[in-house]
Design a protein around this ligand. Sequence first.
Ligand SMILES: *Cc1c(COP(=O)(O)O)cnc(C)c1O
Length: 314
Amino acid sequence: MSETPISAPPLSPVQELDLPEFKAAGVQLLIKRDDLLLPEPGSAFCGNKWRKLYYNLLEARRQQKGALLSFGGAFSNHLAAVAEAAAQYGFSSLGIVRGEPSLPLNPTLAHATAKGMKLQFVSREQYRQKDHPHFFSQIGINPEPYFILPEGGTNLLALKGCADLGREILDTHQPDIVAVACGTGGTLAGLCLGLEGKSLPLGISVLKGDFHQQDIQRWLERSGQPQVNVPEITLGYHHGGYARWTPELLLYIRHFGMKHQIRLDPIYTGKLMYALSDMVRKGTFKRGTSLMAVHTGGLQGITGFESRWGVSLT
Ligand SMILES: *Cc1c(COP(=O)(O)O)cnc(C)c1O
């Protein structure tokens, strides 16, 4: 059987954006369009998920594993990406989903199953035990055939993929600051490695809590680079918590989409751009600063978000 070669994400374009609040503050705003890193239109294997999975897929092949297994919530961009990557490269896949099944499946999970992913729903209590050695036997799964990816896909190979993003940015632009939305913080940690202190990484947290700094420190240690400075992480732009929203956030996303013809997702990139606009208005960045925001993708989640909350993002 011939195998589809696993391809690295191609170079993504960078655009300069014209936002009045940035102009007024004398700050140049660039956007790195990783959302355009799509093997095919509408793919969830996209943006930072492609970067995070790339070296993992190579490793799964090298280990001759025929199947991928990962974890996530019912709207997880990561699970959707794993389902697509598996389909594209000839792996089977199993998603361990947090919480009770609700039918019909939401658009994210429906799409994942259409791509061939099998789903196993586990209670929230069981899900919390997912790193426990007895977890798999408790849910009746033999993990042996699987290449296992952690929740959100953050591991050392994911950091390596995101370090490539940092290097790509240095090769093409060298902005003063590179900003990215933080879920697990894996993308930001990898970005730090790739930027080598030459551009300043800035994380915008999309959830409540201030554990990122510590988590990222741990990842940098595990990657053998504890000397790399832990990046700055801005809190306070979670809009109520992970996957929560405010009317202001949705207005911002609609306006941004109309004005720039760039869609933002409500979970990550919408919160990132909203935060940067607010920060620049508050004078956070020095006049003359060049700021690059990374559009990490996440657009697969929009349909599910709209139907879950009965809102429109256009
Ligand atoms: C998953 C995701 C993130 C968060 O990445 P982490 O490495 O977990 O911080 C950011 N943006 C988008 C669009 C995502 O899908």
